[in-house]
Ligand binder design. Structure first.
Ligand code: FES
Ligand SMILES: [Fe+2]
Length: 319
Protein backbone atom coordinates (compact mmCIF):
# COMPACT_ATOMS: atom_id res chain seq x y z
CA UNK A 1 0.00 0.00 0.00
CA UNK A 2 1.43 3.38 0.96
CA UNK A 3 4.61 3.99 2.93
CA UNK A 4 2.38 4.97 5.84
CA UNK A 5 0.64 1.60 5.86
CA UNK A 6 2.84 -1.15 4.52
CA UNK A 7 0.19 -3.85 4.08
CA UNK A 8 -1.18 -5.50 0.93
CA UNK A 9 -3.95 -3.11 -0.10
CA UNK A 10 -6.74 -5.59 -0.76
CA UNK A 11 -7.39 -8.48 1.63
CA UNK A 12 -9.59 -11.42 0.63
CA UNK A 13 -13.14 -11.64 1.94
CA UNK A 14 -16.59 -10.07 1.94
CA UNK A 15 -16.89 -6.28 1.70
CA UNK A 16 -19.82 -3.88 1.73
CA UNK A 17 -20.80 -2.37 -1.61
CA UNK A 18 -24.07 -0.58 -0.77
CA UNK A 19 -27.03 -0.83 1.56
CA UNK A 20 -29.95 -2.93 0.31
CA UNK A 21 -32.32 0.00 0.84
CA UNK A 22 -30.39 2.18 -1.60
CA UNK A 23 -30.80 -0.25 -4.49
CA UNK A 24 -34.43 -0.54 -5.60
CA UNK A 25 -35.51 -2.92 -8.39
CA UNK A 26 -34.44 -1.37 -11.70
CA UNK A 27 -31.66 0.76 -10.13
CA UNK A 28 -28.16 0.87 -11.64
CA UNK A 29 -25.22 2.31 -9.66
CA UNK A 30 -21.58 2.83 -10.53
CA UNK A 31 -18.92 2.17 -7.88
CA UNK A 32 -15.19 2.06 -7.53
CA UNK A 33 -13.74 -0.46 -5.10
CA UNK A 34 -10.47 -2.44 -5.01
CA UNK A 35 -9.11 -0.06 -7.66
CA UNK A 36 -11.73 -1.29 -10.15
CA UNK A 37 -14.77 0.23 -11.81
CA UNK A 38 -17.94 -1.72 -11.04
CA UNK A 39 -21.63 -1.66 -11.87
CA UNK A 40 -24.24 -2.67 -9.33
CA UNK A 41 -27.87 -3.21 -10.33
CA UNK A 42 -31.07 -4.81 -9.15
CA UNK A 43 -33.27 -6.71 -11.58
CA UNK A 44 -37.00 -6.14 -11.70
CA UNK A 45 -37.55 -9.39 -9.79
CA UNK A 46 -35.32 -8.03 -6.99
CA UNK A 47 -31.97 -9.79 -7.44
CA UNK A 48 -28.88 -7.64 -6.96
CA UNK A 49 -25.82 -8.21 -9.16
CA UNK A 50 -22.34 -6.72 -9.46
CA UNK A 51 -20.28 -6.79 -12.65
CA UNK A 52 -16.99 -5.37 -13.82
CA UNK A 53 -18.09 -2.03 -15.21
CA UNK A 54 -16.65 -2.08 -18.70
CA UNK A 55 -18.78 -3.74 -21.35
CA UNK A 56 -17.04 -6.73 -22.98
CA UNK A 57 -18.08 -5.34 -26.38
CA UNK A 58 -16.47 -1.94 -26.94
CA UNK A 59 -15.87 -0.96 -23.35
CA UNK A 60 -18.71 1.36 -22.36
CA UNK A 61 -19.12 1.85 -18.61
CA UNK A 62 -22.30 -0.08 -17.81
CA UNK A 63 -22.83 2.01 -14.68
CA UNK A 64 -23.14 5.27 -16.62
CA UNK A 65 -26.39 5.04 -18.53
CA UNK A 66 -26.92 1.27 -18.31
CA UNK A 67 -30.55 0.27 -17.70
CA UNK A 68 -32.33 -2.73 -16.25
CA UNK A 69 -34.75 -4.48 -18.59
CA UNK A 70 -36.53 -7.33 -16.80
CA UNK A 71 -33.67 -9.37 -15.41
CA UNK A 72 -31.03 -8.09 -17.82
CA UNK A 73 -28.67 -5.13 -17.76
CA UNK A 74 -28.68 -3.21 -21.05
CA UNK A 75 -25.48 -1.51 -22.20
CA UNK A 76 -26.14 2.14 -23.09
CA UNK A 77 -23.72 2.11 -26.05
CA UNK A 78 -25.06 -0.55 -28.45
CA UNK A 79 -27.88 -2.16 -26.48
CA UNK A 80 -26.34 -5.56 -25.82
CA UNK A 81 -28.11 -7.18 -22.88
CA UNK A 82 -26.46 -9.16 -20.09
CA UNK A 83 -28.18 -11.65 -17.78
CA UNK A 84 -27.50 -12.22 -14.10
CA UNK A 85 -24.64 -14.62 -14.82
CA UNK A 86 -22.99 -11.93 -16.96
CA UNK A 87 -23.58 -13.71 -20.29
CA UNK A 88 -24.98 -11.70 -23.18
CA UNK A 89 -28.61 -12.69 -23.74
CA UNK A 90 -29.42 -10.62 -26.82
CA UNK A 91 -28.15 -7.99 -29.25
CA UNK A 92 -30.16 -5.57 -31.36
CA UNK A 93 -28.27 -6.59 -34.54
CA UNK A 94 -26.19 -9.53 -35.82
CA UNK A 95 -27.18 -13.20 -35.95
CA UNK A 96 -24.77 -14.82 -33.50
CA UNK A 97 -23.82 -13.91 -29.93
CA UNK A 98 -20.03 -14.30 -29.55
CA UNK A 99 -19.30 -16.67 -26.63
CA UNK A 100 -16.89 -14.11 -25.15
CA UNK A 101 -19.70 -11.56 -24.81
CA UNK A 102 -19.77 -11.99 -21.07
CA UNK A 103 -19.45 -9.46 -18.28
CA UNK A 104 -17.46 -10.57 -15.23
CA UNK A 105 -19.87 -11.21 -12.40
CA UNK A 106 -18.88 -10.83 -8.74
CA UNK A 107 -20.18 -13.06 -5.95
CA UNK A 108 -22.77 -11.01 -4.13
CA UNK A 109 -24.91 -11.52 -1.03
CA UNK A 110 -27.35 -9.43 0.95
CA UNK A 111 -26.88 -9.81 4.67
CA UNK A 112 -28.93 -7.82 7.16
CA UNK A 113 -29.55 -4.82 4.98
CA UNK A 114 -26.14 -4.59 3.34
CA UNK A 115 -25.01 -5.79 -0.09
CA UNK A 116 -21.62 -7.47 0.22
CA UNK A 117 -19.27 -8.73 -2.47
CA UNK A 118 -16.53 -11.33 -2.35
CA UNK A 119 -13.18 -9.88 -3.28
CA UNK A 120 -10.08 -11.97 -3.79
CA UNK A 121 -6.92 -10.66 -5.49
CA UNK A 122 -6.59 -14.15 -7.08
CA UNK A 123 -10.27 -14.17 -8.08
CA UNK A 124 -10.91 -17.31 -6.07
CA UNK A 125 -14.44 -18.50 -5.27
CA UNK A 126 -15.81 -17.59 -1.82
CA UNK A 127 -14.31 -19.90 0.79
CA UNK A 128 -16.76 -18.93 3.54
CA UNK A 129 -20.07 -17.16 4.00
CA UNK A 130 -20.92 -14.23 6.22
CA UNK A 131 -23.07 -15.35 9.13
CA UNK A 132 -26.83 -14.94 8.89
CA UNK A 133 -28.49 -12.74 11.46
CA UNK A 134 -32.08 -13.05 12.59
CA UNK A 135 -33.30 -9.47 12.39
CA UNK A 136 -36.97 -10.08 13.16
CA UNK A 137 -36.81 -8.32 16.53
CA UNK A 138 -34.55 -5.52 15.36
CA UNK A 139 -35.18 -2.06 13.93
CA UNK A 140 -34.23 -1.27 10.34
CA UNK A 141 -30.63 -0.08 9.97
CA UNK A 142 -29.59 3.54 10.44
CA UNK A 143 -26.46 4.10 8.43
CA UNK A 144 -23.77 6.67 7.78
CA UNK A 145 -20.88 6.84 5.35
CA UNK A 146 -17.42 8.29 5.31
CA UNK A 147 -14.62 8.25 2.76
CA UNK A 148 -11.24 8.33 4.44
CA UNK A 149 -7.58 7.54 3.89
CA UNK A 150 -6.87 4.19 5.48
CA UNK A 151 -6.70 0.42 5.37
CA UNK A 152 -9.38 -2.09 6.46
CA UNK A 153 -7.04 -3.87 8.87
CA UNK A 154 -6.55 -0.66 10.81
CA UNK A 155 -10.29 -0.13 11.13
CA UNK A 156 -10.82 -3.67 12.35
CA UNK A 157 -7.89 -3.47 14.79
CA UNK A 158 -9.67 -0.69 16.64
CA UNK A 159 -11.89 -3.20 18.45
CA UNK A 160 -8.86 -5.01 19.87
CA UNK A 161 -7.06 -1.81 20.85
CA UNK A 162 -8.40 -1.40 24.38
CA UNK A 163 -6.13 1.49 25.35
CA UNK A 164 -7.62 4.07 23.01
CA UNK A 165 -11.15 3.83 24.43
CA UNK A 166 -10.46 6.10 27.40
CA UNK A 167 -8.67 8.75 25.38
CA UNK A 168 -10.54 8.76 22.09
CA UNK A 169 -14.01 7.65 23.10
CA UNK A 170 -14.28 8.79 26.72
CA UNK A 171 -15.44 5.36 27.86
CA UNK A 172 -14.00 3.04 30.47
CA UNK A 173 -11.03 0.88 29.63
CA UNK A 174 -12.39 -2.52 28.55
CA UNK A 175 -11.14 -5.90 29.65
CA UNK A 176 -11.68 -9.24 27.96
CA UNK A 177 -13.91 -11.48 30.05
CA UNK A 178 -12.80 -14.62 28.24
CA UNK A 179 -10.12 -15.78 25.85
CA UNK A 180 -10.74 -14.44 22.33
CA UNK A 181 -12.73 -16.95 20.30
CA UNK A 182 -11.49 -17.58 16.79
CA UNK A 183 -13.71 -19.44 14.39
CA UNK A 184 -12.02 -19.17 11.00
CA UNK A 185 -12.91 -15.74 9.61
CA UNK A 186 -14.66 -14.69 12.84
CA UNK A 187 -12.90 -13.25 15.87
CA UNK A 188 -14.98 -12.64 18.96
CA UNK A 189 -13.78 -10.86 22.05
CA UNK A 190 -16.19 -10.59 25.00
CA UNK A 191 -15.49 -7.44 26.95
CA UNK A 192 -16.73 -5.39 29.86
CA UNK A 193 -15.78 -2.04 31.31
CA UNK A 194 -12.91 -2.29 33.75
CA UNK A 195 -12.73 1.12 35.50
CA UNK A 196 -10.24 -0.24 38.03
CA UNK A 197 -7.84 -1.36 35.31
CA UNK A 198 -6.45 2.14 34.82
CA UNK A 199 -4.56 4.44 37.15
CA UNK A 200 -6.97 6.48 39.37
CA UNK A 201 -6.41 9.78 37.54
CA UNK A 202 -7.68 8.22 34.30
CA UNK A 203 -10.91 6.84 35.70
CA UNK A 204 -14.08 8.39 34.33
CA UNK A 205 -17.69 8.64 35.36
CA UNK A 206 -20.07 6.94 33.04
CA UNK A 207 -22.06 3.79 32.55
CA UNK A 208 -20.21 0.52 32.58
CA UNK A 209 -20.66 -1.42 29.39
CA UNK A 210 -20.64 -5.06 28.44
CA UNK A 211 -20.80 -6.97 25.17
CA UNK A 212 -18.63 -8.36 22.46
CA UNK A 213 -16.43 -6.94 19.74
CA UNK A 214 -16.14 -9.12 16.67
CA UNK A 215 -14.32 -9.18 13.42
CA UNK A 216 -16.38 -10.82 10.68
CA UNK A 217 -13.84 -11.23 7.93
CA UNK A 218 -11.46 -8.46 6.91
CA UNK A 219 -14.04 -5.77 6.21
CA UNK A 220 -16.61 -5.81 9.02
CA UNK A 221 -16.33 -4.96 12.68
CA UNK A 222 -19.44 -6.09 14.52
CA UNK A 223 -20.04 -5.05 18.13
CA UNK A 224 -22.85 -5.63 20.61
CA UNK A 225 -22.18 -3.26 23.47
CA UNK A 226 -24.83 -2.17 26.00
CA UNK A 227 -24.92 -0.76 29.54
CA UNK A 228 -24.19 -3.44 32.13
CA UNK A 229 -27.30 -4.83 33.81
CA UNK A 230 -29.71 -3.35 31.24
CA UNK A 231 -31.96 -5.40 29.00
CA UNK A 232 -31.12 -3.22 25.99
CA UNK A 233 -29.72 -4.84 22.88
CA UNK A 234 -27.82 -3.11 20.12
CA UNK A 235 -25.61 -3.98 17.20
CA UNK A 236 -23.12 -1.63 15.63
CA UNK A 237 -21.41 -2.62 12.42
CA UNK A 238 -18.62 -0.80 10.68
CA UNK A 239 -17.84 -1.94 7.15
CA UNK A 240 -14.57 -0.91 5.54
CA UNK A 241 -14.13 -1.40 1.80
CA UNK A 242 -10.98 -0.28 -0.03
CA UNK A 243 -11.71 2.13 -2.88
CA UNK A 244 -8.14 2.09 -4.08
CA UNK A 245 -4.73 1.65 -2.49
CA UNK A 246 -5.18 4.67 -0.25
CA UNK A 247 -8.85 5.43 0.15
CA UNK A 248 -11.44 3.54 2.11
CA UNK A 249 -15.24 3.64 2.13
CA UNK A 250 -16.68 3.26 5.62
CA UNK A 251 -20.30 2.32 6.14
CA UNK A 252 -21.50 2.49 9.72
CA UNK A 253 -24.77 0.76 10.61
CA UNK A 254 -26.65 0.73 13.89
CA UNK A 255 -29.71 -1.36 14.82
CA UNK A 256 -31.32 -1.93 18.19
CA UNK A 257 -33.60 -4.61 19.57
CA UNK A 258 -37.19 -3.38 19.69
CA UNK A 259 -38.44 -2.07 23.04
CA UNK A 260 -41.99 -2.03 24.48
CA UNK A 261 -43.22 0.89 22.39
CA UNK A 262 -42.28 2.31 19.01
CA UNK A 263 -41.46 5.68 20.59
CA UNK A 264 -39.09 4.17 23.10
CA UNK A 265 -37.42 2.12 20.38
CA UNK A 266 -37.03 5.14 18.11
CA UNK A 267 -35.63 7.27 20.90
CA UNK A 268 -33.08 4.64 21.86
CA UNK A 269 -32.08 4.16 18.22
CA UNK A 270 -31.69 7.94 17.69
CA UNK A 271 -29.57 8.48 20.78
CA UNK A 272 -27.41 5.41 20.30
CA UNK A 273 -26.78 5.88 16.58
CA UNK A 274 -25.68 9.50 17.15
CA UNK A 275 -23.30 8.36 19.88
CA UNK A 276 -21.90 5.51 17.83
CA UNK A 277 -21.43 7.62 14.68
CA UNK A 278 -19.62 10.25 16.77
CA UNK A 279 -17.39 7.54 18.25
CA UNK A 280 -16.38 6.30 14.80
CA UNK A 281 -15.76 9.86 13.66
CA UNK A 282 -13.41 10.34 16.59
CA UNK A 283 -11.27 7.46 15.25
CA UNK A 284 -10.94 8.91 11.75
CA UNK A 285 -8.14 11.37 12.54
CA UNK A 286 -6.04 8.42 13.74
CA UNK A 287 -6.85 6.16 10.80
CA UNK A 288 -5.99 8.92 8.36
CA UNK A 289 -2.69 9.94 9.90
CA UNK A 290 -1.12 7.04 11.78
CA UNK A 291 1.51 4.65 10.46
CA UNK A 292 1.13 0.89 10.63
CA UNK A 293 3.61 -0.60 13.08
CA UNK A 294 4.35 -4.13 11.89
CA UNK A 295 6.03 -5.00 15.19
CA UNK A 296 4.22 -2.82 17.75
CA UNK A 297 5.39 -2.32 21.30
CA UNK A 298 2.54 -3.71 23.43
CA UNK A 299 2.14 -3.93 27.17
CA UNK A 300 0.53 -6.72 29.18
CA UNK A 301 -2.98 -5.17 29.09
CA UNK A 302 -3.26 -5.10 25.32
CA UNK A 303 -2.28 -8.53 24.08
CA UNK A 304 -5.60 -8.54 22.24
CA UNK A 305 -3.86 -6.53 19.52
CA UNK A 306 -1.36 -9.35 18.95
CA UNK A 307 -4.19 -11.91 18.80
CA UNK A 308 -6.05 -9.71 16.37
CA UNK A 309 -3.01 -9.38 14.09
CA UNK A 310 -2.46 -13.14 13.99
CA UNK A 311 -6.14 -13.71 13.14
CA UNK A 312 -6.20 -11.04 10.40
CA UNK A 313 -3.20 -12.58 8.58
CA UNK A 314 -5.49 -15.22 7.01
CA UNK A 315 -7.02 -12.56 4.76
CA UNK A 316 -3.86 -11.89 2.81
CA UNK A 317 -3.15 -13.91 -0.30
CA UNK A 318 -0.17 -13.61 -2.60
CA UNK A 319 -0.91 -12.04 -5.95
S1 FES B 1 -19.99 -1.23 -25.58
FE1 FES B 1 -21.61 -2.28 -24.62
S2 FES B 1 -22.89 -2.92 -26.21
FE2 FES B 1 -21.24 -1.95 -27.19
FE1 LIG C 1 -12.22 3.50 18.24
Amino acid sequence: MTQRIDLPPYPRGWFAISTSAELAPGDVQHHKYFGQELVLFRTEDGTAALFDAYCPHLGAHLGHGGKVDGNDLVCPFHGWKFGLDGACTSMPYGKRIPPAAKARRWHLRERYGVIIAWHCPLRSEPSWEMPEFDDSNWTPCVSMRWEILGHPQEISENQADFGHFIFVHGTHFPRATAEPMIDGPILRVDIESAPDAVAPEYRIDGPELVGSANGHGPGLTFATIVPKGSDLTAVQRLYATPIDEERLALLGVVTVGKLGTEDATQQYLDVLSKQVFAQWEADVVFWENKVYRAAPVLNDAEQSVATFRRWYQQFYVEE
